[in-house]
Design a binder for this molecule. Structure first.
Ligand code: ADP
Length: 376
């Protein structure tokens, strides 16, 4: 089956066309036929027009859509129907920066390919197993039950993929391990996966909580935000924009949201860039420590995402002062260049790099939903 995977965001539509089948999944031989990125989306129909121009004569049997927020309702990928569309629309209230664009992508793709099956794959779904102690905030209980103010967690597609891949490489299943997965890209999150289930993750009600990211602040005292609104008279929208788009590596360093640029400036002695790199690594290390405590240990620590896969310096800094936790890197393995999954630390908690393949997982889930076969 040829599955078009669409990631419809606010500024771009990323796509990949995969050929997959139950046999290909079993043999790990799914093939990527084409991939591309259409920048600056003003009109989603126009963007999809460009995607299909790129695809030329290639046929598409089904479409898998990356949807950021599936709320508490969507615990797995689903075939899109009118109810699913309505739910994604309603959840736009919780994810105003993402879900409306994702849904516009679904609708435009349906207009373009009315006879194809469309599947929604949610970034939140993998975290549906979070226990209440991890997903509740310390607000009055009605805020949880009535207002749905809770941790949802994001990047679930990536955490799910790398935990599956790690287990598969060992000829085992995810259910046999306690894993800490660090997705470090433009957005960053850490996940504690206890015997197959996500039991805690650093992103919360929105993808803003937790680690320092490219342009997002991560953890900030809610009181500081309220101070800006009540005392400094900044508008809530201004503050939202600042927290999402002008903070993180970009805002702290004043240089860039791109880790490579910030590292270059830090190496040249620029103190704000150095602070940004140090804070980035420190926060990841704190979350690793927290999740070791949450699971009473771990059987592996896994790095993924653009930074996690490609920066030996950042991995080394995160895994410094962690010897007592059983985490130590093998310097040669850490710096060796490779695009393959690989072990880079041989301490009590083995450390791995596992490149993520979110689009592949979306393509596979799309096939599984259509054929009604179980998801891994
Ligand atoms: P997204 O979250 O948008 O999918 P990626 O996972 O591609 O993003 O991660 C993008 C980040 O990865 C950027 O900050 C980029 O600087 C960083 N990155 C990519 N390659 C390297 C590298 N060799 N060293 C350090 N950072 C890198």
């Amino acid at each position: 089956m040829k599955v078009l995977v669409l990631n419809s965001g606010s500024s771009s539509v990323k796509y990949e066309l995969w050929e997959t089948s139950p046999e290909a999944i079993a043999a790990n031989s799914d093939t990527l036929i084409k991939r591309g990125n259409v920048e600056r989306v003003d009109d989603i129909d126009q963007a999809l027009h460009t995607v299909f121009d790129d695809l030329g004569a290639l046929s598409v049997d089904a479409v898998g859509h990356r949807i950021v927020h599936g709320g508490a309702k969507y615990t797995a990928s689903v075939l899109v129907d009118a109810q699913v569309e309505k739910d994604i629309e309603d959840l736009g209230e919780l994810a105003p920066l993402h879900n409306p664009h994702n849904l516009a992508g679904v609708r435009a793709a349906q207009r373009r390919l009315p006879s194809a099956r469309h599947v929604a794959v949610f970034d939140t779904a993998f975290h549906h197993t979070l226990p209440q102690i991890a997903y509740a905030y310390g607000l009055p209980f009605e805020y949880l039950t009535e207002r749905k103010i809770r941790r949802y967690g994001f990047h679930g597609i990536s955490h799910r993929y790398v935990s599956w891949k790690f287990a598969e490489l060992h000829g085992k299943s995810r259910e046999q391990y306690r894993l800490i997965t660090c997705h470090l890209g433009n957005g960053c999150s850490v996940c504690a996966i206890e015997y197959g289930k996500s039991i805690d993750t650093s992103m919360g009600f929105t993808p803003l909580e937790g680690l320092l990211m490219g342009t997002r602040a991560g953890d900030v005292d809610a009181g500081a935000i309220l101070h800006l609104i009540t005392q400094d008279r900044q508008s809530p929208l201004e503050v939202l924009k600042m927290l999402n788009s002008e903070s993180g590596l970009k805002g702290l360093s004043g240089v860039s949201n791109d880790m490579r640029d910030v590292q270059k400036h830090a190496a040249a002695g620029e103190p704000r860039s150095q602070l940004s790199v140090d804070m980035f690594c420190y926060r990841v290390r704190k979350y690793i420590g927290a999740y070791l405590a949450a699971m009473d240990g771990a059987d592996a620590l896994i790095f993924t995402g653009g930074i996690g896969e490609n920066s030996p310096e950042i991995r080394a800094q995160i895994c410094s002062k962690t010897a007592s936790l059983g985490i130590s890197l093998d310097a040669a393995a850490n710096t060796a260049k490779s695009g393959e999954p690989r072990q880079i630390g041989h301490g009590r908690v083995p450390v791995w790099v596992v490149p993520t393949q979110e689009e592949l997982l979306i393509a596979r889930d799309t096939l599984r939903c259509i054929l009604n076969i179980p998801h891994e």
